[in-house]
Design a protein around this ligand. Structure first.
Ligand SMILES: *Cc1c(COP(=O)(O)O)cnc(C)c1O
Length: 496
């Protein structure tokens, strides 16, 4: 399939090429030229067997690659998961389900896409006969960096360097990164906060001398962040899977509409749900759940996107976002694929931090989306209540979704089946989760994990339990001016 840019739809390129390029030359995001229509009976048959087969089928709609190659990609990608079902679906009541996207190597939903993307990139290099290898550079505040490292680890013809803010990541998250194994990976701290790391990496992408150095060494830049088309499409698969699985198991009627409740930050996950609906999946509502950083709640309810507001640090840090990049793809669709209009909104956002959409566009959005948020107290209460009621432990991001899902039911009276999308294992946020469940503050993360396990009777995941025994392989930490030298050293080492 060809993909178009949201800011210049006349220029289309193959989807396989968009994966290498990341962002369009005009600054827009790549979107599919059309939405292929799924055959639900076919999907039900796949859902009864293996997740990876269904996922390969979904990728095949968008990427011109042979079936066997795609099947191999998804088999390897989801073979790294700790549950053979890949995406288990937990039933709380006959109308309340939780889809667990938390069984990948880093225990967060980012694995669903970041286990697939590197392998897609590897194949795309062959298809387009690109000579240079790919160097991925990422600044991370937590989940993405680790998931990208695990995904690219030892994938031939790729290398990855992750920069994290020395003052800005949780203990477990830092330990997960500095102990990262793999022959093509580097991890480096940056003295400063996330903005310092992010600004530093952006400057690298624009550095022509560095580009020349890399070309000489046989590399070009690419990016693994959530605007890459190759991260979006693997996410469409689990919406289709959840529906097909519930239908195949007789929990819902054929063709019955169900809703999904999605804890939202950069709008990538929920956008994949929208794509699934456009592909013919019977989706009633997509509920956009935010924490105290509720810029999206206001957007859906008041037609104004306004990022000029206080930034709150919350228990659900992956949703602490004021600019949700993937929203641009939704705007493109609801504006009738008007790329000129999208460009105007995005310019306004860049210049003034805000833009406003017309009432009829908002009305169109609200046919599919419903949005609300919950604060820290509500999130904490939800973790406690869900555990006490169902014996089921959820993380703060998932709790935000559950809480907003309940508001949705109360305010709309909708009793149709709904699926909460679970995005992280609770042990990634051990201290917060322990405090919500038991009221105890335990400063040491490993001790908190032990207590949480004891109180709740849940298992500490091996990825967390084994962390303090792992050797630190990436002790480096540089000043803000030191990123370029770090990359040069890494690439020179790769050449040896
Ligand atoms: C990234 C992330 C989210 C937000 O997903 P988006 O696609 O950015 O909206 C929610 N929860 C967790 C745990 C995440 O890692």
């Amino acid at each position: 399939m060809q993909v178009l840019s949201t800011r210049g739809k006349m220029n289309s390129i193959p989807a396989t090429k968009a994966v290498l390029q990341g962002i369009a030359a005009d600054g827009g995001l790549f979107v599919p030229e059309s939405f292929p229509q799924i055959d639900l009976e076919e999907m039900k048959a796949y859902a009864a067997h293996e997740y990876d087969i269904l996922a390969a089928r979904v990728l095949q709609y968008f990427f011109d690659m042979d079936e066997a190659a795609l099947a191999e990609i998804t088999q390897q990608a989801y073979g790294t998961f700790d549950d053979s079902r890949v995406v288990p679906i937990k039933e709380l009541t006959s109308v309340d389900y939780v889809m667990e996207l938390t069984h990948g190597p880093t225990l967060a939903f980012k694995d669903m896409a970041l286990q697939v993307l590197p392998r897609l990139i590897r194949k795309a290099l062959d298809i387009h006969k690109q000579q240079e290898n790919v160097l991925i550079l990422t600044a991370t505040s937590g989940d993405t960096g680790k998931a990208a490292l695990e995904g690219f680890k030892d994938v031939p013809r790729t290398a990855i360097e992750v920069f994290y803010p020395a003052d800005g990541v949780a203990t477990m998250q830092k330990l997960q990164m500095v102990t990262q194994e793999g022959g093509n990976v580097a991890v480096c701290g940056v003295r400063g906060n996330f903005d310092d790391a992010q600004t530093g990496v952006k400057a690298l992408f624009a550095d022509n001398a560095l580009k020349a150095f890399l070309k000489e060494a046989g590399y070009t830049f690419s990016s693994a962040n959530s605007i890459n088309f190759g991260r979006l499409i693997p996410q469409v698969a689990y919406y289709i899977y959840a529906y097909a699985k519930l239908a195949a198991d007789g929990r819902i009627e054929n063709g019955q509409e169900i809703s999904f409740i999605v804890p939202t930050g950069n709008f990538g996950n929920i956008l994949a749900g929208y794509y699934a609906k456009r592909m013919g999946l019977p989706v009633k509502k997509l509920v956009c759940a935010s924490n105290g950083n509720n810029v999206l709640t206001d957007f859906f309810n008041k037609s104004v996107y306004d990022a000029n507001r206080t930034f709150h640090k919350t228990m659900s840090p992956s949703m602490d976002i004021l600019i949700s990049s993937n929203l641009e793809r939704l705007l493109f669709e609801v504006a009738g694929r008007d790329d000129v209009q999208v460009r105007a909104w995005m310019n306004a956002l860049k210049q003034n931090g805000r833009y406003e959409i017309p009432a009829e566009t908002q009305a169109g959005l609200r046919e599919t989306f419903w949005a609300d948020f919950c604060d820290e107290t509500e999130t904490a209460q939800t973790i406690k209540t869900v555990f006490e009621t169902y014996g089921y432990l959820i993380d703060p991001h998932t709790a935000v979704a559950r809480c907003v899902g309940e508001k949705y039911r109360r305010q709309t009276g909708d009793g149709a089946p709904a699926v909460v999308v679970s995005t992280a294992n609770p042990y990634k946020f051990t201290q917060d989760v322990l405090r919500c469940v038991s009221g105890q503050d335990v400063p040491d993360a490993f001790e908190a994990a032990r207590q949480l396990s004891q109180i709740t009777g849940t298992q500490i995941p091996p990825q967390i339990a084994g962390l303090h025994e792992k050797p630190v392989l990436h002790p480096d930490c540089v000043e803000r001016t030191g990123l370029k030298t770090a990359v040069e050293k890494f690439i020179s080492r790769m050449g040896d």
